[in-house]
Design a binder for this molecule. Structure first.
Ligand SMILES: [Zn+2]
Length: 348
Protein backbone atom coordinates (compact mmCIF):
# COMPACT_ATOMS: atom_id res chain seq x y z
CA UNK A 1 0.00 0.00 0.00
CA UNK A 2 1.01 3.60 -0.55
CA UNK A 3 1.82 5.91 2.40
CA UNK A 4 -0.34 9.02 2.96
CA UNK A 5 0.22 11.91 0.61
CA UNK A 6 -0.87 15.53 0.69
CA UNK A 7 -0.39 18.68 -1.39
CA UNK A 8 -1.60 22.14 -0.37
CA UNK A 9 -3.06 20.67 2.81
CA UNK A 10 -5.23 18.22 0.87
CA UNK A 11 -4.78 14.50 1.29
CA UNK A 12 -4.98 12.30 -1.81
CA UNK A 13 -5.65 8.69 -0.81
CA UNK A 14 -4.06 5.78 -2.68
CA UNK A 15 -6.16 4.67 -5.65
CA UNK A 16 -7.69 8.11 -6.28
CA UNK A 17 -7.25 11.19 -8.47
CA UNK A 18 -7.62 14.81 -7.50
CA UNK A 19 -7.04 18.28 -8.93
CA UNK A 20 -5.64 20.73 -6.41
CA UNK A 21 -5.46 24.47 -6.97
CA UNK A 22 -2.42 25.92 -5.22
CA UNK A 23 -3.05 29.59 -4.37
CA UNK A 24 -0.73 32.13 -6.07
CA UNK A 25 -0.28 35.89 -5.70
CA UNK A 26 -3.32 37.72 -7.18
CA UNK A 27 -3.31 39.38 -10.60
CA UNK A 28 -3.28 43.18 -10.35
CA UNK A 29 -6.97 43.13 -11.19
CA UNK A 30 -7.10 41.65 -7.70
CA UNK A 31 -8.48 38.44 -9.27
CA UNK A 32 -7.41 35.37 -7.33
CA UNK A 33 -5.33 32.86 -9.26
CA UNK A 34 -4.04 29.33 -8.71
CA UNK A 35 -1.63 26.76 -10.10
CA UNK A 36 -3.62 23.65 -11.07
CA UNK A 37 -1.98 20.39 -10.02
CA UNK A 38 -3.46 17.00 -10.94
CA UNK A 39 -2.45 13.97 -8.88
CA UNK A 40 -3.03 10.35 -9.88
CA UNK A 41 -2.31 7.84 -7.13
CA UNK A 42 -2.13 4.13 -7.78
CA UNK A 43 -3.22 1.60 -5.20
CA UNK A 44 0.24 0.04 -5.15
CA UNK A 45 3.39 1.81 -4.01
CA UNK A 46 5.93 2.90 -6.62
CA UNK A 47 7.87 5.92 -7.90
CA UNK A 48 6.41 9.43 -7.89
CA UNK A 49 6.85 11.08 -11.28
CA UNK A 50 6.32 14.84 -11.68
CA UNK A 51 5.60 16.18 -15.17
CA UNK A 52 5.75 19.97 -15.53
CA UNK A 53 5.23 22.28 -18.48
CA UNK A 54 5.08 25.99 -19.34
CA UNK A 55 7.75 27.07 -16.86
CA UNK A 56 8.27 29.32 -19.85
CA UNK A 57 4.74 30.66 -20.25
CA UNK A 58 4.73 30.63 -24.07
CA UNK A 59 5.98 27.02 -24.46
CA UNK A 60 2.64 25.31 -24.87
CA UNK A 61 3.32 21.92 -26.53
CA UNK A 62 3.73 20.46 -23.03
CA UNK A 63 0.23 21.56 -22.03
CA UNK A 64 -1.28 19.45 -24.81
CA UNK A 65 1.07 16.58 -23.93
CA UNK A 66 -0.21 16.68 -20.34
CA UNK A 67 -3.86 16.94 -21.47
CA UNK A 68 -3.46 13.76 -23.54
CA UNK A 69 -1.59 12.00 -20.74
CA UNK A 70 -4.32 12.96 -18.25
CA UNK A 71 -6.90 11.21 -20.46
CA UNK A 72 -4.73 8.18 -21.25
CA UNK A 73 -6.30 4.93 -20.02
CA UNK A 74 -2.99 3.35 -19.06
CA UNK A 75 -2.58 5.71 -16.08
CA UNK A 76 -5.78 4.36 -14.51
CA UNK A 77 -3.84 1.30 -13.37
CA UNK A 78 -0.79 3.04 -12.09
CA UNK A 79 1.85 1.83 -9.68
CA UNK A 80 3.06 4.80 -7.63
CA UNK A 81 2.04 8.41 -8.22
CA UNK A 82 1.87 10.78 -11.17
CA UNK A 83 1.76 14.55 -10.58
CA UNK A 84 0.85 16.75 -13.56
CA UNK A 85 1.38 20.53 -13.58
CA UNK A 86 0.53 21.78 -17.07
CA UNK A 87 1.02 25.50 -16.36
CA UNK A 88 3.74 26.31 -13.84
CA UNK A 89 4.25 29.91 -14.98
CA UNK A 90 0.59 30.94 -14.85
CA UNK A 91 1.40 34.65 -15.23
CA UNK A 92 3.59 34.17 -18.33
CA UNK A 93 1.01 31.81 -19.82
CA UNK A 94 -1.79 34.38 -19.51
CA UNK A 95 0.44 37.00 -21.17
CA UNK A 96 1.66 34.43 -23.80
CA UNK A 97 5.15 35.29 -22.62
CA UNK A 98 8.22 33.26 -21.65
CA UNK A 99 8.73 35.49 -18.61
CA UNK A 100 6.98 36.70 -15.49
CA UNK A 101 5.38 40.18 -15.66
CA UNK A 102 8.62 41.72 -14.29
CA UNK A 103 10.62 40.04 -17.13
CA UNK A 104 12.21 37.51 -14.80
CA UNK A 105 12.77 34.01 -16.17
CA UNK A 106 11.19 31.42 -13.86
CA UNK A 107 13.61 28.79 -15.15
CA UNK A 108 16.55 30.88 -13.91
CA UNK A 109 14.94 31.63 -10.53
CA UNK A 110 15.28 28.30 -8.67
CA UNK A 111 15.49 27.60 -5.76
CA UNK A 112 13.69 30.91 -5.14
CA UNK A 113 12.34 32.06 -1.80
CA UNK A 114 8.95 32.68 -0.18
CA UNK A 115 9.67 36.41 0.22
CA UNK A 116 11.42 37.13 -3.10
CA UNK A 117 10.14 38.22 -6.54
CA UNK A 118 7.09 36.58 -8.04
CA UNK A 119 9.41 34.20 -9.94
CA UNK A 120 11.24 33.36 -6.72
CA UNK A 121 7.91 32.66 -4.98
CA UNK A 122 6.65 30.41 -7.80
CA UNK A 123 9.95 28.50 -7.85
CA UNK A 124 9.88 28.14 -4.07
CA UNK A 125 6.27 26.89 -4.12
CA UNK A 126 7.12 24.08 -6.57
CA UNK A 127 10.29 23.23 -4.68
CA UNK A 128 8.75 23.07 -1.19
CA UNK A 129 5.19 21.90 -1.90
CA UNK A 130 5.69 19.41 -4.76
CA UNK A 131 9.31 18.35 -5.29
CA UNK A 132 9.89 16.65 -1.89
CA UNK A 133 7.16 14.15 -2.83
CA UNK A 134 8.82 13.19 -6.12
CA UNK A 135 11.35 10.57 -7.17
CA UNK A 136 11.64 11.62 -10.85
CA UNK A 137 10.92 14.73 -12.92
CA UNK A 138 10.18 15.34 -16.60
CA UNK A 139 10.09 19.06 -17.49
CA UNK A 140 8.55 19.89 -20.90
CA UNK A 141 9.91 22.75 -23.02
CA UNK A 142 9.99 23.99 -26.62
CA UNK A 143 12.28 26.27 -28.63
CA UNK A 144 11.79 30.05 -28.32
CA UNK A 145 9.37 32.05 -30.49
CA UNK A 146 10.05 31.23 -34.18
CA UNK A 147 12.77 28.72 -33.25
CA UNK A 148 11.97 25.05 -33.67
CA UNK A 149 13.63 22.12 -31.95
CA UNK A 150 13.74 18.52 -33.12
CA UNK A 151 12.35 16.40 -30.24
CA UNK A 152 15.29 15.91 -27.87
CA UNK A 153 16.02 14.97 -24.28
CA UNK A 154 18.46 17.03 -22.24
CA UNK A 155 19.89 15.47 -19.12
CA UNK A 156 23.08 15.38 -17.10
CA UNK A 157 24.23 11.85 -17.83
CA UNK A 158 27.56 12.21 -16.07
CA UNK A 159 28.56 8.66 -16.93
CA UNK A 160 25.71 7.44 -14.69
CA UNK A 161 24.23 4.26 -16.24
CA UNK A 162 20.84 4.68 -14.47
CA UNK A 163 20.50 8.25 -15.74
CA UNK A 164 21.54 7.16 -19.23
CA UNK A 165 18.93 4.38 -19.18
CA UNK A 166 16.24 6.84 -18.02
CA UNK A 167 17.13 9.34 -20.78
CA UNK A 168 17.09 6.57 -23.40
CA UNK A 169 13.79 5.19 -22.07
CA UNK A 170 11.95 8.32 -23.27
CA UNK A 171 12.94 7.33 -26.83
CA UNK A 172 13.35 10.85 -28.19
CA UNK A 173 15.58 10.50 -31.26
CA UNK A 174 18.32 12.72 -29.83
CA UNK A 175 19.79 12.96 -26.32
CA UNK A 176 22.04 15.83 -25.26
CA UNK A 177 24.30 15.33 -22.25
CA UNK A 178 23.63 18.85 -21.02
CA UNK A 179 25.49 20.57 -18.19
CA UNK A 180 23.29 21.93 -15.40
CA UNK A 181 22.57 25.63 -15.63
CA UNK A 182 22.21 27.47 -12.35
CA UNK A 183 18.71 28.64 -11.52
CA UNK A 184 16.94 26.04 -13.65
CA UNK A 185 14.35 23.66 -12.26
CA UNK A 186 16.44 20.79 -13.65
CA UNK A 187 19.50 21.90 -11.66
CA UNK A 188 17.44 22.39 -8.48
CA UNK A 189 15.82 18.95 -8.74
CA UNK A 190 19.10 17.30 -9.72
CA UNK A 191 20.79 18.96 -6.73
CA UNK A 192 18.20 17.29 -4.49
CA UNK A 193 19.09 13.91 -5.93
CA UNK A 194 16.03 13.66 -8.19
CA UNK A 195 16.77 12.39 -11.72
CA UNK A 196 15.36 14.97 -14.14
CA UNK A 197 14.80 14.92 -17.89
CA UNK A 198 14.04 17.99 -19.97
CA UNK A 199 12.10 17.30 -23.17
CA UNK A 200 12.59 20.04 -25.79
CA UNK A 201 10.40 19.84 -28.89
CA UNK A 202 8.77 22.24 -31.33
CA UNK A 203 8.55 26.00 -30.93
CA UNK A 204 6.89 28.51 -28.60
CA UNK A 205 3.22 29.48 -29.08
CA UNK A 206 2.60 26.60 -31.51
CA UNK A 207 1.29 23.08 -31.29
CA UNK A 208 3.36 20.52 -33.18
CA UNK A 209 1.65 17.15 -33.58
CA UNK A 210 4.83 15.07 -33.96
CA UNK A 211 6.40 16.71 -30.88
CA UNK A 212 3.19 16.20 -28.89
CA UNK A 213 2.73 12.54 -29.88
CA UNK A 214 6.39 11.78 -29.19
CA UNK A 215 6.09 13.58 -25.84
CA UNK A 216 3.07 11.56 -24.70
CA UNK A 217 4.69 8.30 -25.85
CA UNK A 218 7.99 9.35 -24.24
CA UNK A 219 6.49 9.96 -20.80
CA UNK A 220 4.62 6.64 -20.98
CA UNK A 221 7.87 4.94 -22.06
CA UNK A 222 9.62 6.37 -19.00
CA UNK A 223 6.73 5.16 -16.82
CA UNK A 224 7.12 1.66 -18.31
CA UNK A 225 10.85 1.86 -17.57
CA UNK A 226 10.08 2.83 -13.94
CA UNK A 227 7.56 -0.03 -13.73
CA UNK A 228 4.68 2.42 -13.13
CA UNK A 229 2.53 1.27 -16.08
CA UNK A 230 2.43 -1.65 -18.52
CA UNK A 231 3.41 -1.07 -22.12
CA UNK A 232 0.28 -0.12 -24.07
CA UNK A 233 1.35 1.06 -27.52
CA UNK A 234 4.33 0.20 -29.60
CA UNK A 235 5.61 2.62 -32.21
CA UNK A 236 8.10 1.69 -34.92
CA UNK A 237 11.44 1.35 -33.17
CA UNK A 238 14.21 3.87 -33.66
CA UNK A 239 17.42 4.16 -31.67
CA UNK A 240 17.72 7.15 -29.33
CA UNK A 241 21.28 8.43 -29.85
CA UNK A 242 23.43 10.50 -27.53
CA UNK A 243 25.06 13.43 -29.29
CA UNK A 244 28.84 13.87 -28.85
CA UNK A 245 28.44 17.65 -28.80
CA UNK A 246 26.46 20.39 -30.50
CA UNK A 247 27.38 23.49 -32.41
CA UNK A 248 25.56 26.67 -33.47
CA UNK A 249 25.93 27.98 -37.00
CA UNK A 250 25.70 31.77 -37.03
CA UNK A 251 24.80 34.25 -39.75
CA UNK A 252 28.01 35.46 -41.50
CA UNK A 253 26.32 38.80 -42.33
CA UNK A 254 23.01 40.57 -41.77
CA UNK A 255 20.32 40.17 -44.37
CA UNK A 256 17.42 38.15 -45.73
CA UNK A 257 18.05 34.42 -45.29
CA UNK A 258 17.00 31.61 -47.65
CA UNK A 259 17.26 28.41 -45.66
CA UNK A 260 18.05 25.20 -47.55
CA UNK A 261 17.85 22.55 -44.84
CA UNK A 262 15.00 21.29 -42.71
CA UNK A 263 14.92 20.23 -39.09
CA UNK A 264 16.26 16.68 -38.80
CA UNK A 265 18.35 16.97 -42.00
CA UNK A 266 21.81 15.38 -42.11
CA UNK A 267 24.54 17.84 -43.06
CA UNK A 268 28.28 17.62 -43.75
CA UNK A 269 30.97 20.15 -42.91
CA UNK A 270 31.09 22.72 -45.71
CA UNK A 271 27.45 22.25 -46.78
CA UNK A 272 25.58 25.47 -47.51
CA UNK A 273 22.71 25.74 -45.00
CA UNK A 274 21.37 29.13 -46.09
CA UNK A 275 22.12 32.07 -48.36
CA UNK A 276 21.92 35.51 -46.82
CA UNK A 277 21.71 38.61 -48.97
CA UNK A 278 20.57 42.21 -49.15
CA UNK A 279 17.04 42.64 -50.61
CA UNK A 280 18.39 42.89 -54.21
CA UNK A 281 20.65 39.85 -53.92
CA UNK A 282 23.75 41.86 -54.80
CA UNK A 283 25.73 41.05 -51.66
CA UNK A 284 25.25 37.40 -50.90
CA UNK A 285 27.00 35.22 -48.33
CA UNK A 286 26.54 31.52 -47.60
CA UNK A 287 26.06 30.20 -44.08
CA UNK A 288 27.98 26.94 -44.22
CA UNK A 289 28.05 24.14 -41.71
CA UNK A 290 31.27 23.84 -39.72
CA UNK A 291 30.27 20.38 -38.50
CA UNK A 292 28.88 17.10 -39.79
CA UNK A 293 25.70 16.09 -38.01
CA UNK A 294 21.95 16.54 -37.73
CA UNK A 295 20.01 19.81 -37.62
CA UNK A 296 18.30 19.72 -34.22
CA UNK A 297 17.30 23.39 -33.97
CA UNK A 298 16.52 26.09 -36.48
CA UNK A 299 15.40 29.69 -36.67
CA UNK A 300 12.21 30.12 -38.69
CA UNK A 301 12.43 33.86 -39.31
CA UNK A 302 14.27 34.55 -42.59
CA UNK A 303 15.58 37.92 -41.37
CA UNK A 304 18.88 37.75 -39.56
CA UNK A 305 21.59 39.91 -38.09
CA UNK A 306 25.27 39.06 -38.33
CA UNK A 307 26.21 36.62 -35.58
CA UNK A 308 22.67 35.38 -34.99
CA UNK A 309 22.40 31.65 -34.28
CA UNK A 310 20.42 30.16 -37.16
CA UNK A 311 21.07 26.39 -37.03
CA UNK A 312 21.85 24.04 -34.14
CA UNK A 313 23.80 20.97 -35.25
CA UNK A 314 24.26 17.83 -33.14
CA UNK A 315 27.34 15.71 -33.81
CA UNK A 316 27.24 11.92 -33.49
CA UNK A 317 29.74 9.05 -33.59
CA UNK A 318 27.73 7.58 -36.46
CA UNK A 319 25.90 10.39 -38.32
CA UNK A 320 24.42 7.91 -40.83
CA UNK A 321 22.88 5.85 -38.01
CA UNK A 322 21.46 9.05 -36.51
CA UNK A 323 19.95 10.06 -39.86
CA UNK A 324 18.23 6.68 -40.28
CA UNK A 325 16.97 6.78 -36.70
CA UNK A 326 15.50 10.25 -37.16
CA UNK A 327 13.76 9.19 -40.36
CA UNK A 328 12.24 6.18 -38.57
CA UNK A 329 11.17 8.43 -35.71
CA UNK A 330 9.48 10.96 -38.04
CA UNK A 331 7.65 8.11 -39.80
CA UNK A 332 6.48 6.66 -36.51
CA UNK A 333 5.03 9.91 -35.14
CA UNK A 334 3.84 11.71 -38.29
CA UNK A 335 0.03 11.16 -38.39
CA UNK A 336 0.31 10.53 -42.17
CA UNK A 337 2.57 7.51 -41.72
CA UNK A 338 1.92 6.45 -38.10
CA UNK A 339 0.72 2.86 -37.90
CA UNK A 340 -0.48 3.13 -34.29
CA UNK A 341 -4.14 4.13 -34.09
CA UNK A 342 -4.69 7.33 -32.11
CA UNK A 343 -7.89 8.43 -30.38
CA UNK A 344 -6.75 12.04 -30.82
CA UNK A 345 -7.46 13.77 -34.14
CA UNK A 346 -4.10 15.14 -35.33
CA UNK A 347 -3.58 18.88 -34.90
CA UNK A 348 -2.76 20.52 -38.20
ZN1 LIG B 1 11.74 26.59 -22.05
Amino acid sequence: MQPSFSIGGQTIPAGSRKTIHLPLPFFYTHSPTTMPVHVVRGKQAGPCLLVTSALHGDEINGIEIIRRLHGNKSINRLKGTLILIPVVNVFGFVAQSRYLPDRRDLNRSFPGSPKGSMAARLANLVLTEILPLCTHVIDLHTGAVARENLPQIRAKLNGDPAMKALAKAFRAPVILDAALREGTFRAAAHGRGIPTLVYEAGEALRFDEVSIRAGVAGILNVMVHLDMVRRAIRHKEHTPLIAKSTQWIRAPQSGVARSLVALGARVSAGDVLAYISDPFGEHEAAATSTAAGIVIGRSKVPLVHEGEAIFHIAKFEQPSEAAVSIETFQDAFDPETDTVESTEPPLI
